[in-house]
Design a protein around this ligand. Structure first.
Ligand code: E4P
Length: 218
């Protein structure tokens, strides 16, 4: 499973990249607004830090403007994945950009039928939002399971399932069991993956016992 981090904060991205576990970055207009920085400046900086795909989202909703924005964003760096919303216009732009060899991340996916359309439009990634579905008492992970099963039935679908809107480690573990290709999560949730109380108590005991030996390795 590939690990993307869902943030536009440079310090957080550098910290994740230092872990050696980071395969890419996703941003969205809300995360850019939260950063308070210029969109292009932030994206270029992120593309310098991370070799893998960096998702940068179009801002318009009409086809013509979205197409122009997508073509513009695609020029910014080799590892850009243009992010488009799952709308009729968005998928039309997706098809065009994919056909010209640009990576496309289709975002705001909330149903299996939408995921089928994105695969047919040649999306590099489909981003189903598990947390936002859970928030309205629908089964976010059930959607991941459905999409993985459907995509497995069609070898000519090359779209990767990018599990998004992740709220907790269980979302990641369950999606991994289903074979989802990629997950994107906020740094806080990725940090939670390391944690187990038995690791902490076990380590504390080892440190105490080692001190009793009076030895030193270095
Ligand atoms: C993914 O690409 C989105 O930016 C993100 O996962 C949305 O998450 P949220 O529902 O926590 O805003």
């Amino acid at each position: 499973m590939k690990f993307f981090v869902d943030t536009a904060e440079i310090d957080e991205i550098k910290d994740m990249a230092d872990s050696g576990l980071l395969d890419g970055v996703t941003t969205n207009p809300s995360l850019i607004a939260k950063s308070g920085r210029n969109f292009k400046d932030v994206i270029l900086e992120i593309c310098d830090i991370v070799d893998g795909p960096v998702s940068a989202e179009v801002a318009s909703t009409d086809y013509e403007t979205m197409r122009k924005e997508g073509l513009e964003i695609a020029k910014w760096a080799e590892n850009i994945a243009v992010k488009v919303p799952l709308t009729e216009a968005g998928l039309k732009v997706c098809k065009e950009l994919s056909d010209q060899g640009t990576m496309v991340n289709v975002t705001l996916c909330f149903s299996a039928s939408q995921a089928i359309l994105a695969a047919k439009a040649g999306a590099t990634f489909i981003s189903p939002f598990v947390g936002r579905l859970d928030d309205i008492s629908q089964d976010g992970l059930g959607l991941i399971s459905d999409i993985c099963r459907i995509y497995d039935n069609y070898p000519d679908f090359h779209t990767e399932v990018l599990v998004a809107s992740i709220r907790n480690p269980l979302h990641i573990v369950e999606a991994a069991k289903m074979g989802a290709h990629v997950m994107t999560a906020p740094p806080k949730v990725i940090k939670q993956l390391y944690k187990h109380p038995l690791t902490e108590s076990g380590l504390a005991a080892f440190v105490d016992d080692w001190a009793k030996t009076g030895q030193s390795i270095l």
